[in-house]
Design a protein around this ligand. Sequence first.
Ligand code: ADP
Length: 200
Amino acid sequence: MRLLLIGPPGCGKGTQAVRLAEHYGVEHISSGDLLRRHVAERTSIGRAAERCMSRGDLVPDGVVMDILRRPVEAAAKRGGYILDGFPRTVQQAESAYLVAKALGASVRIALFLQVSRPELIRRLLDRGARDGRTDDTAEVVNHRLDVFGQLTEPLLDYYSGRETLITVDGDRPVDEVTRSAISQLGAALQHRAGRIEQIG
Ligand code: ADP
């Protein structure tokens, strides 16, 4: 299973990624978590990324590729991954495609977790009050949602033309979202297996 999870900030990607990784027995790789670890450890990548992250801007594509390449390659060899938060731009998706192709691992599924903007704002401000994540303040949250619309949403068109794209309604209780994701993924995998048999 090689799954890309796409969704706006606050849609519950991280929560669902952990659950799906457990269900399919593959690794969960979160670009945001890896970046936050660099920030906490004050590495040179962390120092460069921190400014972008606290403003709600994306970290440059090259930096993200550098920190993800090794974990993704290792996970691909061990049977797969759930990628959470990457790719986030069409440019990142194109680089990821080339890396995956070189590994002979280019067939993937993209899952879009859809949640309405008012619900996203509510969840993110709640999380900011609870966990103190510095990018979960009203101003930064709105900016992150705008960045998502401008840079990440175009990925949906990109993937619907190339790979299997599934849209899951994330505006429901966590367990329901997980159940629906697993059932839609099952159907998509079956459909694809059928198609490959027909071609073969
Ligand atoms: P959220 O989806 O809630 O914004 P993440 O933990 O996925 O949270 O990301 C937090 C921040 O980390 C982003 O606002 C961005 O600055 C940076 N980031 C994470 N993944 C990427 C990526 N693939 N490309 C560029 N920046 C990223």
